[in-house]
Design a protein around this ligand. Structure first.
Ligand code: ADP
Ligand code: MG
Length: 910
C-alpha cells in the first residue's frame, strides 16, 4: 500500500490507468434499466477492461507474467482482484430467515452480485469472481489464490486477504486445515501444497512466520513470548520486514499443518488471555519463498562444456524471492462503541483502527487521492506492498445470505468494489546469487581441470597410438612394396629365362632343320682345327709359364745379389770414410812436418857449410838438394826447436827460401811464399828480398801460379815491398801493374783483392810513376776492384786514389803536370764523390783527401762541379773531423773562381 503523495510511481500508473479504467458507474445492464430508480446507477461495476482483467487473473500463468516482469524493472500493472463468496445459510439462518429471501443474489456466470435493497429493487455489482454458496474450496483456491501463489513462486510478492463480517467464512476460506475432510482444505494449506510441489528442497527455501495483530500489537503466533514485534521498513525499497518474527523453514506439508495448528492454539490462548475473540484480531501468515531460477541453472545438469553452457555457467544463479501474505482480517462489523461487548471505548477504537485505516487507504487509492494514510495503522504498514504496491493481491470478500445483516453485507460489497479500483505495479523480486555462483564456479573449475587433465592424457595416448599405427602402416607398406618389387623381379626373370629357353629351342630346331651332313663335316673340321690351335696355345702357354718361372727365380737371385752388393757398397763407403779421416790426419801431420822441413833444411845446410869449410864428416850426395835433405831428416826430427820466421830467415838463408818458391811441391811453394811475405812485412828484410830476386819470384808466382792462396800471399808481399819507393819502380818496370790487374780480375777472395789494391795503392804514391801507372791501367784496375764492394778493399782503393791525387797535385804545383787530373780522365771522379761521405771512415777520409787535392787545381773544377763534388767540398769544409783537411777544403772553395761561381749558381751561401 503506497502512500499517495510519496509514491510517484504508483501515482503515475494510477493516472495512466485512468484512461482505460472507468471509475464511474455506468448503467450497461439493459435488463436492469427497468430499475425503479433509473436515475441511480444500477451497476456499480468496472467497465469492460475488468472482464479482461478478470480473465487475466484466472488464466494468469507464472511464465507469462514472470517473463514480462523480468524485463520491465518498473513492473506491470496489476489491479487488485476481488472475488465475492457467499456462505450458505447456516442452521440458525435457515430457521430465522426461513421466510425471507437472501439479501444477495449471485450471477456467477456474469460475475455479478445483486444486493437486494427491498422487494423490488436491487443493486448489481460486478466482481472479478463471484463464488456461490456451492463453490468448492478447491475452486475458491484456484480462482482466488492460485494465480497469486504462482506469482509468488515466480518471484512476485502476493497477498491473499479475506474481508467480511464475522461468521461469513473468512477463516473457513483461508484457514481450514481440512483434517475432517480434505476437500475442505483452505487457501493456506492448498497454497503451501502448491509451493512445496514447485520448490526444490536442495536449492530453494520456504520460510514461514505466523502473526496476529490485535489492538495495534503484533504477536508472534509461533512464539507467544514474542508479543510486540516491530515493523521495519526499508526506506529505499519500501520493503517491510519483521526481524523479530520467528521464521520456520517448511520442508513438507505435515510440518506446515503442525505450524498452523500451533499458531491457532497460540491464537486461541492469546485471545482468551486478552479476553477477546479471534474475530477481533487479524491473522497474518507470511511465506517467504526463495527459488533459484531453473532455466538459468544449467551447470548442475549439463556438463557438455560447450560455449553456451560455459557462458551461462559464468552467470551467477538467479534467485527469485516471493513473499506470500495471507491475511485473515478481523470481522468487518463495527464494534459496539458503547462497550456492551466488554470493551472500553478506547479499546474499541484501537481494535478497529487497523481495519478502518485499511478502508481509508483503499478508499484513497481507489479515488486516486493524493494522500494514502498508510502509516495510520500497523496493518496498513504491513500491507503497504499489497495495496498500491508491487504485490499481486487477491481479495476475497465473504458475505452471508441473511437479510438481517444486509447493512454489513452492503458495506462489505462496497469495500470490495473500492478495492477493485486499486492498481498495483507487479514487480519481480529477482536477484543474482553471487556467493553461490562463486561456489559453483569453484566446483566447475575443479571439474574442468580434472576433465582437461583426463582429456590431455587421453589425447597423448591417442597421439601415441596414432603414431605407432602410422609407423606400422608405413613399415607394412614398405614390406608390401619390397615384396611386390621382388615378385615382379622374379616374374621378369622367369619370363626372361623362359623366352631365352624358347629362343634356344627355336634356334636348335632351326639348326636341325637347316643342318645337313656337309655342314656337320665342316663343323667337325673346324672343331678339329680349333682343337689343334688350342693345344698349340696350351703348349705355348706352358712354355711362357716356364719362362716366367725362370725369370722369377732369376729375379730372386738378382735380388739376393743386390742385397749383398748393397752391403758391399756400405762396407766400401765406410772404408772411404775411414780413408778420408786418415787423409785428414795425414794432412795434419804433413803440415806439421812441413814446418819442420825448413828447420831441418837449414840445419842440413849448416852442416854442409861446415863440411865445405874443410871439416870432416862431409856427406856428399846426401845434401845435393835441400828438399831431399829435409826429407831425409824428417824421420829424425821428432821434437826440433821451434824457430821464428826471422830466425829461420837467418838460419836457412834467404836464397834457400826463395828457391823454395819455385819448388815443384805446391804445398812447399805456398809455405815458402808465406814465409817470404812474413819477411817482407819487415822493412829490414825488404831490400834483401828484392836483392835476392824475391820480388821477381813473387811477380812470377802471380803470373804462373793458379792458386789463389799464392796469389793473395804474393800480392801481400808485393804490397809490403811496394812501401819502399825504389821497389815501386822495380815492380813497375817488371810489369807489376798488369800482373796485379790480372790477379785482381781472377780473384774470388776479397782478401786477395785487398792485397792487390793495397799493392797498387802503394804504387800510386810515387810522383815519377804517375803517368806510367795510369798508362798500364793502374787506375782502371782500382776502379774495377771497387765492384767487389768489400769495405776493406774499398778502403785500399780510396787510399790509392788519395795517394795518386796527392802526388798529382804536388806535380801540378811544381809545374811538371798540366791538364786535367788523370783520375778524372780515367773516370774515377764519380766514385770518389759517391764515397766521399762513406760510413766507413777510412774510405771517407781518403776520398775527402782526394777531393781536396783534386780541387787544388782550377783545371779540375768544372768536372768536379758537374759531378757534384762541390757539395762534398762544402760539407768537408764544415764537417770533416780533420782540421787540416777542413781548412784545405775551405781555402780551395774560397779561392777558386769556378767554385765560387758554382756556389753562387747553386745558391749556396758560403
Ligand atoms: P469468520 O471467520 O468470517 O468469522 P468462519 O469461517 O468462522 O467465519 O465461519 C463461520 C461458520 O460458518 C463456521 O462454522 C463455518 O464452518 C461456516 N461456514 C463458513 N463458510 C462456509 C461455507 N462456505 N460452507 C459451509 N460452511 C461455512
Ligand atoms: Mg474467522
Amino acid at each position: 500500500m503506497a502512500s499517495g503523495g510519496g509514491n510517484n510511481r504508483n501515482g503515475t500508473h494510477r493516472n495512466s490507468l485512468k484512461g482505460t479504467t472507468t471509475t464511474s458507474t455506468v448503467s450497461t445492464d439493459k435488463p436492469l434499466s427497468v430499475n425503479s430508480n433509473p436515475s441511480k446507477p444500477a451497476f456499480k461495476n468496472k467497465s469492460s477492461p475488468l472482464t479482461g482483467a478478470s480473465s487475466g487473473l484466472r488464466k494468469s500463468s507464472p511464465g507469462s507474467l514472470g517473463g514480462r516482469a523480468a524485463k520491465d524493472d518498473a513492473g506491470v500493472p496489476g489491479r487488485v482482484r476481488v472475488a465475492v463468496r457467499l456462505r450458505p445459510r447456516n442452521a440458525e439462518e435457515s430457521v430465522a430467515d426461513a421466510d425471507f429471501a437472501d439479501c444477495v443474489e449471485l450471477q456467477p456466470e456474469l460475475k455479478r452480485l445483486k444486493l437486494r435493497k427491498n422487494n423490488w429493487d436491487t443493486d448489481t455489482y460486478e466482481f472479478d469472481e463471484v463464488l456461490t454458496e456451492f463453490a468448492s474450496q478447491k475452486r475458491v483456491y484456484e480462482v482466488v489464490a492460485k494465480p497469486v501463489v504462482e506469482g509468488v513462486l515466480d518471484g512476485y510478492n502476493g497477498t491473499i486477504m479475506a474481508y467480511g463480517q464475522t461468521g461469513t467464512g473468512k477463516t473457513y476460506t483461508l484457514g481450514r486445515l481440512g483434517e475432517e475432510d480434505t476437500a475442505n482444505r483452505g487457501i493456506m494449506v492448498r497454497a503451501m501444497e502448491d509451493i512445496l510441489a514447485e520448490v526444490s528442497p536442495e536449492i530453494d527455501s520456504v520460510l514461514v512466520s505466523y502473526l496476529q495483530l490485535y489492538m495495534e500489537s503484533l504477536q508472534d503466533l509461533l512464539d507467544p513470548t514474542n508479543d510486540n514485534i516491530s515493523i521495519v521498513e526499508e526506506p529505499k525499497s519500501g520493503d517491510v520486514s519483521l526481524p523479530g518474527a520467528t521464521l520456520v523453514e517448511i520442508r513438507d506439508q505435515q510440518s506446515f499443518l503442525e505450524l498452523l495448528r500451533l499458531g491457532e492454539a497460540h491464537r486461541h490462548a492469546a485471545n482468551t488471555k486478552l479476553n477477546t475473540e479471534s474475530s477481533r484480531s487479524h491473522a497474518l501468515l507470511m511465506v517467504h519463498v526463495k527459488r533459484t531460477v531453473k532455466g538459468r541453472e544449467p551447470a548442475h545438469s549439463s556438463d557438455n562444456g560447450n560455449s553456451t553452457s560455459m557462458a551461462r555457467s559464468l552467470r551467477p544463479p538467479l534467485v527469485r524471492k516471493g513473499k506470500l501474505v495471507v491475511v485473515d482480517l478481523a470481522g468487518s462489523e463495527r464494534i459496539d462503541k458503547s462497550g456492551s461487548d466488554g470493551h472500553t471505548r478506547e479499546e474499541a477504537k484501537s481494535i478497529n483502527l487497523s481495519l478502518s485505516a485499511l478502508g481509508k487507504c483503499i478508499n484513497a487509492l481507489a479515488e486516486n487521492s493524493a494522500h494514502v494514510p498508510v502509516r495510520d495503522s500497523k496493518l496498513t504498514r504491513l500491507l503497504r506492498d499489497s495495496f498500491g504496491g508491487t504485490a499481486r493481491t487477491s481479495l476475497v470478500i465473504t458475505v452471508g445470505p441473511s437479510p438481517r445483516h444486509r447493512g454489513e453485507t452492503a458495506s462489505t460489497i462496497m469495500f470490495g468494489q473500492r478495492a477493485m479500483k486499486v492498481e498495483n505495479m507487479l514487480k519481480l523480486k529477482e536477484e543474482f546469487d553471487y556467493k553461490s555462483l562463486a561456489r559453483r564456479l569453484d566446483i566447475q573449475l575443479d571439474k574442468l581441470i580434472m576433465e582437461h587433465e583426463r582429456k590431455q592424457k587421453a589425447f597423448e595416448v591417442e597421439i601415441e597410438r596414432i603414431t605407432a599405427e602410422a609407423q606400422n602402416r608405413i613399415s607394412e607398406a614398405e614390406r608390401n612394396y619390397a615384396d611386390a618389387v621382388e615378385k615382379e623381379r622374379l616374374k621378369y626373370q622367369k619370363d626372361y629365362m623362359e623366352s631365352i629357353k624358347k629362343l634356344e629351342e627355336k634356334w636348335m630346331m632351326n639348326l636341325q632343320n637347316q643342318g645337313n651332313e656337309r655342314k656337320m663335316v665342316h663343323i667337325a673340321e673346324e672343331v678339329a682345327e680349333v682343337k689343334k690351335l688350342l693345344s698349340k696355345e696350351t703348349s705355348l702357354r706352358k712354355a711362357a709359364e716356364e719362362e716366367v718361372d725362370n725369370l722369377k727365380s732369376q729375379l730372386a737371385q738378382l735380388k739376393m745379389s743386390e742385397a749383398s752388393a748393397n752391403s758391399e757398397i756400405l762396407k766400401l763407403r765406410k772404408m772411404v770414410e775411414d780413408e778420408v779421416c786418415q787423409k785428414e790426419k795425414l794432412e795434419g801431420e804433413i803440415s806439421m812436418l812441413q814446418s819442420q822441413l825448413l828447420h831441418l833444411s837449414f840445419e842440413a845446410d849448416e852442416t854442409r857449410k861446415r863440411l865445405d869449410k874443410g871439416g870432416p864428416g862431409k856427406v856428399p850426395g846426401r845434401l845435393d838438394s835441400p828438399v831431399s835433405q829435409v826429407r831425409s831428416q824428417l824421420k829424425d826430427s821428432g821434437n826440433g826447436e821451434k824457430a821464428s820466421v826471422a830466425k829461420l830467415f837467418e838460419q836457412v838463408g834467404l836464397q834457400k827460401i826463395l828457391s823454395l818458391l819455385e819448388a815443384e811441391d805446391a804445398d812447399v811453394r805456398i809455405h815458402a811464399v808465406k814465409v817470404v811475405a812474413n819477411l817482407a812485412a819487415e822493412e829490414t828484410n825488404q831490400q834483401k828480398i828484392v836483392e835476392a830476386g824475391g820480388l821477381k819470384s813473387l811477380l812470377m808466382l802471380l803470373g804462373s801460379s793458379e792458386d789463389e792462396t799464392i796469389h793473395r800471399v804474393a800480392a801481400g808481399a808485393i804490397a809490403n815491398l811496394a812501401m819502399n819507393e825504389k821497389n815501386r819502380e822495380l815492380i813497375m818496370s817488371q810489369g807489376g801493374i798488369s800482373l796485379l790487374s790480372t790477379t785482381a780480375s781472377h780473384a774470388k777472395d776479397p782478401q786477395t783483392l785487398r792485397m792487390v789494391a793495397g799493392a797498387i795503392a802503394n804504387l800510386c804514391g810515387n810522383d815519377k810513376l804517375q803517368t806510367k801507372l795510369r798508362g798500364e791501367g793502374g787506375i782502371k784496375a782500382l776502379l774495377e776492384i771497387v765492384k767487389c764492394g768489400h769495405p776493406d778493399v774499398l778502403a785500399q782503393v780510396a787510399r790509392g786514389i788519395a795517394n795518386f791525387a796527392k802526388c798529382e797535385s804536388r806535380a801540378a804545383t811544381q809545374g811538371s803536370k798540366t791538364g786535367r787530373s788523370l783520375l778524372i780522365e780515367d773516370g774515377a771522379l764519380p766514385w770518389i764523390v759517391q764515397n766521399a761521405n762513406s760510413d766507413a771512415s777510412p774510405i771517407r777520409r781518403h776520398n775527402e783527401l782526394a777531393l781536396c787535392h783534386l780541387a787544388q787545381h782550377e783545371v779540375n773544377a768544372k768536372d768536379m762541379i758537374s759531378e757534384g763534388a762541390l757539395w762534398e767540398l762544402v760539407r768537408i769544409s764544415q764537417d770533416c773531423p780533420r782540421e787540416d783537411i777542413r781548412t784545405l777544403a775551405h781555402r780551395t772553395l774560397a779561392s777558386s773562381p769556378d767554385f765560387i761561381a758554382g756556389l753562387k749558381r747553386l745558391r749556396i751561401n758560403y
